[in-house]
Design a protein around this ligand. Structure first.
Ligand code: NAD
Length: 332
Protein backbone atom coordinates (compact mmCIF):
# COMPACT_ATOMS: atom_id res chain seq x y z
CA UNK A 1 0.00 0.00 0.00
CA UNK A 2 1.19 3.51 -0.82
CA UNK A 3 0.33 6.85 0.78
CA UNK A 4 -1.73 8.79 -1.78
CA UNK A 5 -0.63 12.43 -1.72
CA UNK A 6 -2.26 15.53 -3.23
CA UNK A 7 0.01 18.52 -3.76
CA UNK A 8 -1.52 21.95 -3.09
CA UNK A 9 0.17 25.02 -4.69
CA UNK A 10 2.08 23.90 -7.79
CA UNK A 11 5.04 26.30 -7.66
CA UNK A 12 8.80 25.87 -7.53
CA UNK A 13 8.95 23.63 -4.49
CA UNK A 14 6.00 21.43 -5.50
CA UNK A 15 7.88 20.69 -8.73
CA UNK A 16 10.95 19.59 -6.76
CA UNK A 17 8.82 17.40 -4.48
CA UNK A 18 6.99 15.85 -7.43
CA UNK A 19 10.26 15.00 -9.18
CA UNK A 20 11.69 13.48 -6.00
CA UNK A 21 8.51 11.48 -5.43
CA UNK A 22 9.13 9.57 -8.66
CA UNK A 23 11.69 7.57 -6.65
CA UNK A 24 9.39 6.97 -3.66
CA UNK A 25 8.40 3.43 -2.79
CA UNK A 26 5.73 4.16 -0.18
CA UNK A 27 4.21 7.47 -1.39
CA UNK A 28 2.65 8.45 -4.69
CA UNK A 29 1.23 11.62 -6.26
CA UNK A 30 -2.50 10.95 -6.50
CA UNK A 31 -4.00 14.45 -6.74
CA UNK A 32 -3.44 18.18 -7.12
CA UNK A 33 -4.93 21.45 -5.89
CA UNK A 34 -4.21 24.45 -8.13
CA UNK A 35 -5.80 27.71 -9.19
CA UNK A 36 -4.04 27.74 -12.57
CA UNK A 37 -5.75 25.76 -15.40
CA UNK A 38 -2.55 25.53 -17.50
CA UNK A 39 -0.64 23.95 -14.58
CA UNK A 40 -3.50 21.51 -14.00
CA UNK A 41 -3.28 20.34 -17.61
CA UNK A 42 0.53 19.87 -17.45
CA UNK A 43 0.50 18.04 -14.12
CA UNK A 44 -2.45 15.87 -15.10
CA UNK A 45 -0.55 14.56 -18.14
CA UNK A 46 2.85 14.34 -16.48
CA UNK A 47 1.76 12.49 -13.34
CA UNK A 48 -1.26 10.65 -14.73
CA UNK A 49 -3.75 12.22 -12.31
CA UNK A 50 -7.42 11.30 -12.71
CA UNK A 51 -9.92 14.20 -13.07
CA UNK A 52 -11.72 13.14 -9.89
CA UNK A 53 -8.55 13.95 -7.86
CA UNK A 54 -8.10 17.48 -9.24
CA UNK A 55 -9.22 20.48 -7.18
CA UNK A 56 -8.90 24.25 -7.14
CA UNK A 57 -8.91 26.59 -4.12
CA UNK A 58 -12.73 26.91 -4.28
CA UNK A 59 -13.47 23.18 -4.54
CA UNK A 60 -10.78 21.93 -2.15
CA UNK A 61 -13.33 21.32 0.63
CA UNK A 62 -14.83 18.53 -1.52
CA UNK A 63 -11.75 16.46 -0.73
CA UNK A 64 -13.75 15.20 2.23
CA UNK A 65 -15.79 13.05 -0.16
CA UNK A 66 -12.72 11.56 -1.84
CA UNK A 67 -11.48 8.31 -0.25
CA UNK A 68 -8.54 8.13 -2.69
CA UNK A 69 -6.44 10.91 -1.10
CA UNK A 70 -4.68 10.21 2.23
CA UNK A 71 -2.64 13.39 2.72
CA UNK A 72 -2.42 16.91 1.28
CA UNK A 73 1.05 18.49 1.00
CA UNK A 74 0.69 22.30 1.23
CA UNK A 75 3.41 24.23 -0.65
CA UNK A 76 1.72 27.63 -0.92
CA UNK A 77 3.29 30.93 0.26
CA UNK A 78 3.89 31.11 4.02
CA UNK A 79 1.00 33.32 5.09
CA UNK A 80 -1.54 31.02 3.40
CA UNK A 81 -0.45 27.97 5.43
CA UNK A 82 -2.78 28.78 8.33
CA UNK A 83 -5.89 29.06 6.14
CA UNK A 84 -4.96 26.06 3.99
CA UNK A 85 -4.17 23.75 6.91
CA UNK A 86 -7.53 24.61 8.51
CA UNK A 87 -9.28 23.83 5.18
CA UNK A 88 -7.53 20.47 4.76
CA UNK A 89 -8.14 19.48 8.37
CA UNK A 90 -11.84 20.34 7.92
CA UNK A 91 -11.87 18.03 4.90
CA UNK A 92 -10.61 15.25 7.18
CA UNK A 93 -7.26 14.71 5.43
CA UNK A 94 -3.80 14.34 6.93
CA UNK A 95 -1.67 17.43 6.36
CA UNK A 96 1.98 18.00 5.52
CA UNK A 97 2.64 21.75 5.44
CA UNK A 98 5.80 23.52 4.35
CA UNK A 99 7.91 25.62 6.71
CA UNK A 100 7.42 28.11 8.25
CA UNK A 101 4.35 26.51 9.81
CA UNK A 102 2.60 29.90 10.07
CA UNK A 103 3.12 33.64 10.62
CA UNK A 104 3.27 33.29 14.41
CA UNK A 105 2.80 30.91 17.34
CA UNK A 106 -0.87 31.85 17.81
CA UNK A 107 -1.70 30.64 14.29
CA UNK A 108 0.39 27.49 14.78
CA UNK A 109 -1.58 26.65 17.95
CA UNK A 110 -4.87 27.08 16.05
CA UNK A 111 -3.61 24.75 13.29
CA UNK A 112 -2.56 22.08 15.80
CA UNK A 113 -5.95 22.33 17.55
CA UNK A 114 -7.84 22.06 14.23
CA UNK A 115 -5.90 18.93 13.21
CA UNK A 116 -6.41 17.38 16.61
CA UNK A 117 -10.16 18.10 16.47
CA UNK A 118 -10.38 16.59 12.98
CA UNK A 119 -8.28 13.61 14.12
CA UNK A 120 -5.77 14.04 11.27
CA UNK A 121 -1.96 13.99 11.35
CA UNK A 122 -0.14 17.31 11.01
CA UNK A 123 3.46 17.39 9.81
CA UNK A 124 5.87 20.13 8.71
CA UNK A 125 8.26 19.76 5.74
CA UNK A 126 11.40 19.59 7.89
CA UNK A 127 13.15 17.44 5.27
CA UNK A 128 16.55 17.44 7.04
CA UNK A 129 15.16 15.18 9.76
CA UNK A 130 15.15 12.45 7.07
CA UNK A 131 18.60 13.38 5.67
CA UNK A 132 21.36 10.81 6.48
CA UNK A 133 24.25 13.18 7.41
CA UNK A 134 21.96 15.25 9.63
CA UNK A 135 20.51 12.11 11.20
CA UNK A 136 24.01 10.81 11.96
CA UNK A 137 24.96 14.07 13.70
CA UNK A 138 21.75 13.90 15.76
CA UNK A 139 22.45 10.24 16.59
CA UNK A 140 25.99 11.07 17.72
CA UNK A 141 24.76 13.94 19.87
CA UNK A 142 22.09 11.74 21.47
CA UNK A 143 24.72 9.01 22.10
CA UNK A 144 26.86 11.58 23.92
CA UNK A 145 29.71 11.36 21.38
CA UNK A 146 30.22 15.14 21.43
CA UNK A 147 30.03 15.20 25.22
CA UNK A 148 28.26 18.14 26.81
CA UNK A 149 27.13 20.55 24.08
CA UNK A 150 28.73 23.93 24.73
CA UNK A 151 28.21 25.95 21.57
CA UNK A 152 26.26 25.90 18.30
CA UNK A 153 26.88 28.17 15.34
CA UNK A 154 24.43 28.04 12.41
CA UNK A 155 24.03 30.24 9.34
CA UNK A 156 21.68 29.98 6.41
CA UNK A 157 20.99 32.43 3.62
CA UNK A 158 21.29 33.48 0.01
CA UNK A 159 21.04 36.60 -2.11
CA UNK A 160 17.43 36.84 -3.20
CA UNK A 161 16.65 37.79 -6.81
CA UNK A 162 13.42 39.17 -8.29
CA UNK A 163 12.37 42.16 -6.12
CA UNK A 164 8.66 41.61 -6.96
CA UNK A 165 8.38 38.06 -5.56
CA UNK A 166 6.04 37.13 -2.67
CA UNK A 167 9.01 36.38 -0.37
CA UNK A 168 9.57 40.15 -0.08
CA UNK A 169 5.90 40.94 0.65
CA UNK A 170 4.91 40.82 4.30
CA UNK A 171 1.29 39.87 3.57
CA UNK A 172 2.32 36.61 1.86
CA UNK A 173 5.68 35.85 3.50
CA UNK A 174 4.91 36.82 7.12
CA UNK A 175 8.50 38.10 7.39
CA UNK A 176 11.78 37.93 5.51
CA UNK A 177 14.96 35.89 5.83
CA UNK A 178 14.06 34.72 9.34
CA UNK A 179 10.75 33.19 8.25
CA UNK A 180 12.35 31.40 5.34
CA UNK A 181 16.01 30.47 5.81
CA UNK A 182 16.20 31.46 9.48
CA UNK A 183 14.02 28.44 10.23
CA UNK A 184 16.99 26.22 9.24
CA UNK A 185 19.42 27.96 11.60
CA UNK A 186 16.86 27.81 14.39
CA UNK A 187 15.57 24.26 13.87
CA UNK A 188 19.24 23.24 13.48
CA UNK A 189 20.08 24.77 16.87
CA UNK A 190 17.25 22.76 18.41
CA UNK A 191 18.42 19.45 16.89
CA UNK A 192 22.06 20.29 17.62
CA UNK A 193 21.32 20.61 21.33
CA UNK A 194 18.16 18.52 21.80
CA UNK A 195 16.91 21.36 24.01
CA UNK A 196 14.42 24.22 23.84
CA UNK A 197 15.91 27.70 24.27
CA UNK A 198 14.99 29.66 27.40
CA UNK A 199 16.17 33.07 26.21
CA UNK A 200 16.69 34.88 22.94
CA UNK A 201 18.48 38.06 21.84
CA UNK A 202 18.54 39.33 18.26
CA UNK A 203 19.88 42.04 15.99
CA UNK A 204 18.77 43.10 12.53
CA UNK A 205 20.68 44.89 9.82
CA UNK A 206 19.26 46.29 6.59
CA UNK A 207 21.65 47.36 3.82
CA UNK A 208 18.93 47.64 1.13
CA UNK A 209 15.91 49.37 2.66
CA UNK A 210 14.15 49.61 -0.72
CA UNK A 211 14.21 45.93 -1.61
CA UNK A 212 13.58 44.98 2.02
CA UNK A 213 10.98 47.66 2.74
CA UNK A 214 8.46 45.13 4.09
CA UNK A 215 10.57 42.26 5.43
CA UNK A 216 13.82 41.54 7.26
CA UNK A 217 17.04 41.21 5.25
CA UNK A 218 19.65 39.90 7.71
CA UNK A 219 19.11 38.83 11.33
CA UNK A 220 21.57 37.47 13.86
CA UNK A 221 20.19 35.78 16.94
CA UNK A 222 21.50 34.11 20.06
CA UNK A 223 19.76 31.33 21.98
CA UNK A 224 20.42 30.24 25.54
CA UNK A 225 19.56 26.65 26.52
CA UNK A 226 18.76 25.17 29.97
CA UNK A 227 22.08 23.24 30.04
CA UNK A 228 23.99 26.49 29.58
CA UNK A 229 24.77 25.81 25.90
CA UNK A 230 24.51 28.86 23.67
CA UNK A 231 23.80 29.13 19.95
CA UNK A 232 24.88 31.99 17.75
CA UNK A 233 22.79 31.92 14.59
CA UNK A 234 22.13 33.99 11.52
CA UNK A 235 20.09 34.22 8.37
CA UNK A 236 20.12 36.49 5.35
CA UNK A 237 18.45 37.27 2.04
CA UNK A 238 21.38 39.39 0.92
CA UNK A 239 24.56 37.33 0.54
CA UNK A 240 25.54 33.89 -0.72
CA UNK A 241 27.73 31.05 0.60
CA UNK A 242 26.01 31.16 3.98
CA UNK A 243 25.15 27.62 4.91
CA UNK A 244 26.75 26.00 7.92
CA UNK A 245 25.94 24.07 11.08
CA UNK A 246 28.57 23.73 13.77
CA UNK A 247 28.22 21.90 17.10
CA UNK A 248 30.94 22.05 19.70
CA UNK A 249 30.87 19.76 22.71
CA UNK A 250 33.45 19.14 25.42
CA UNK A 251 34.40 15.81 23.76
CA UNK A 252 34.00 16.51 20.07
CA UNK A 253 32.43 18.51 17.29
CA UNK A 254 30.40 18.28 14.07
CA UNK A 255 30.46 20.62 11.13
CA UNK A 256 28.04 20.40 8.20
CA UNK A 257 28.66 22.66 5.22
CA UNK A 258 26.57 22.85 3.17
CA UNK A 259 24.17 21.99 5.94
CA UNK A 260 20.63 23.00 4.99
CA UNK A 261 20.04 23.17 1.22
CA UNK A 262 19.04 20.31 -1.07
CA UNK A 263 22.55 18.93 -0.81
CA UNK A 264 24.62 17.02 -1.14
CA UNK A 265 25.06 17.76 2.55
CA UNK A 266 28.74 17.47 3.45
CA UNK A 267 30.52 17.43 6.76
CA UNK A 268 32.89 16.03 9.30
CA UNK A 269 33.16 15.39 12.98
CA UNK A 270 36.12 15.02 15.35
CA UNK A 271 36.18 11.36 14.17
CA UNK A 272 36.59 12.21 10.48
CA UNK A 273 34.49 12.86 7.36
CA UNK A 274 30.80 11.97 7.20
CA UNK A 275 30.11 9.70 4.24
CA UNK A 276 26.41 8.93 4.42
CA UNK A 277 24.44 8.11 1.24
CA UNK A 278 23.26 11.01 -0.91
CA UNK A 279 19.54 10.78 -1.74
CA UNK A 280 17.07 13.56 -2.58
CA UNK A 281 15.74 14.78 0.75
CA UNK A 282 12.19 15.01 -0.52
CA UNK A 283 12.21 11.34 -1.58
CA UNK A 284 13.33 10.33 1.90
CA UNK A 285 10.86 12.70 3.55
CA UNK A 286 7.84 11.43 1.60
CA UNK A 287 8.74 7.75 2.07
CA UNK A 288 9.45 8.51 5.73
CA UNK A 289 6.09 10.22 6.31
CA UNK A 290 4.32 7.40 4.44
CA UNK A 291 6.04 4.80 6.61
CA UNK A 292 5.01 6.63 9.80
CA UNK A 293 1.36 6.92 8.75
CA UNK A 294 0.87 3.55 7.05
CA UNK A 295 2.80 1.53 9.64
CA UNK A 296 1.90 3.61 12.69
CA UNK A 297 5.53 4.37 13.53
CA UNK A 298 6.51 7.03 16.09
CA UNK A 299 6.68 10.62 14.86
CA UNK A 300 10.15 12.10 14.28
CA UNK A 301 10.70 15.80 15.05
CA UNK A 302 8.55 17.02 12.16
CA UNK A 303 5.12 17.42 13.77
CA UNK A 304 3.01 20.57 13.96
CA UNK A 305 4.19 20.85 17.59
CA UNK A 306 7.78 21.11 16.34
CA UNK A 307 6.65 23.88 13.98
CA UNK A 308 5.08 25.64 16.97
CA UNK A 309 8.34 25.34 18.96
CA UNK A 310 10.16 27.15 16.15
CA UNK A 311 7.42 29.81 15.91
CA UNK A 312 7.64 30.54 19.66
CA UNK A 313 11.34 31.35 19.16
CA UNK A 314 10.69 33.34 15.97
CA UNK A 315 8.10 35.45 17.80
CA UNK A 316 10.71 36.10 20.51
CA UNK A 317 13.40 37.01 17.95
CA UNK A 318 11.14 39.64 16.37
CA UNK A 319 10.20 40.89 19.86
CA UNK A 320 13.88 41.24 20.78
CA UNK A 321 14.54 43.24 17.60
CA UNK A 322 11.54 45.51 18.30
CA UNK A 323 12.99 46.09 21.78
CA UNK A 324 16.48 46.98 20.52
CA UNK A 325 18.09 43.59 21.17
CA UNK A 326 16.51 42.97 24.58
CA UNK A 327 16.85 39.53 26.18
CA UNK A 328 13.48 37.77 25.85
CA UNK A 329 12.73 34.81 28.13
CA UNK A 330 10.70 31.92 26.69
CA UNK A 331 9.67 28.31 27.42
CA UNK A 332 9.72 29.00 31.15
P1 NAD B 1 6.38 29.50 -5.38
O1 NAD B 1 5.99 30.93 -5.52
O2 NAD B 1 7.26 28.91 -6.42
O3 NAD B 1 5.05 28.61 -5.31
C1 NAD B 1 3.91 28.97 -4.55
C2 NAD B 1 2.67 28.39 -5.21
O4 NAD B 1 1.51 28.82 -4.46
C3 NAD B 1 2.47 28.88 -6.65
O5 NAD B 1 2.13 27.80 -7.47
C4 NAD B 1 1.30 29.85 -6.54
O6 NAD B 1 0.52 29.89 -7.73
C5 NAD B 1 0.52 29.24 -5.40
N1 NAD B 1 -0.40 30.17 -4.75
C6 NAD B 1 -1.63 29.83 -4.33
N2 NAD B 1 -2.29 30.89 -3.86
C7 NAD B 1 -1.47 31.95 -3.98
C8 NAD B 1 -1.59 33.34 -3.66
N3 NAD B 1 -2.71 33.85 -3.11
N4 NAD B 1 -0.54 34.13 -3.91
C9 NAD B 1 0.60 33.65 -4.44
N5 NAD B 1 0.77 32.34 -4.76
C10 NAD B 1 -0.26 31.50 -4.54
O7 NAD B 1 7.01 29.33 -3.94
P2 NAD B 1 7.87 28.09 -3.40
O8 NAD B 1 9.30 28.42 -3.50
O9 NAD B 1 7.39 26.84 -4.04
O10 NAD B 1 7.50 28.11 -1.83
C11 NAD B 1 6.27 27.62 -1.37
C12 NAD B 1 6.40 27.18 0.10
O11 NAD B 1 7.35 26.12 0.18
C13 NAD B 1 6.91 28.26 1.05
O12 NAD B 1 6.23 28.17 2.28
C14 NAD B 1 8.38 27.94 1.24
O13 NAD B 1 8.89 28.33 2.50
C15 NAD B 1 8.37 26.44 1.10
N6 NAD B 1 9.65 25.91 0.58
C16 NAD B 1 10.29 24.95 1.29
C17 NAD B 1 11.48 24.44 0.84
C18 NAD B 1 12.16 23.34 1.60
O14 NAD B 1 13.29 23.01 1.27
N7 NAD B 1 11.52 22.74 2.58
C19 NAD B 1 12.04 24.94 -0.33
C20 NAD B 1 11.37 25.91 -1.05
C21 NAD B 1 10.16 26.41 -0.58
Amino acid sequence: KQLRVALMGLGGYANIVAKAMQDCKMATIAGIVSGTPSKIETWKQKYNIPDKNIYNYETVGELKNNPDIDLVYITTPNSLHHKHVLQIAAAGKNVLCEKPVADNAKQAREMIAACKKANVRFYIGYRLHFEPHTKEVIRMREAGEFGKIMHVNNYMGFKIGDPTQWRLKKALAGGGALMDVGVYSLNGARYATGEEPVWVTAQETKTDPVKFAEVDETILFQLGFPSGAIANCGCTYNFNNTERLYINGDKGFAELSPAFGYGPIKGRTHLGPLNQPVVMHQTLQMDGIADIILNNKPDPHVTGEEGLKDMIVIDAIYESIRKGGAKIFINK
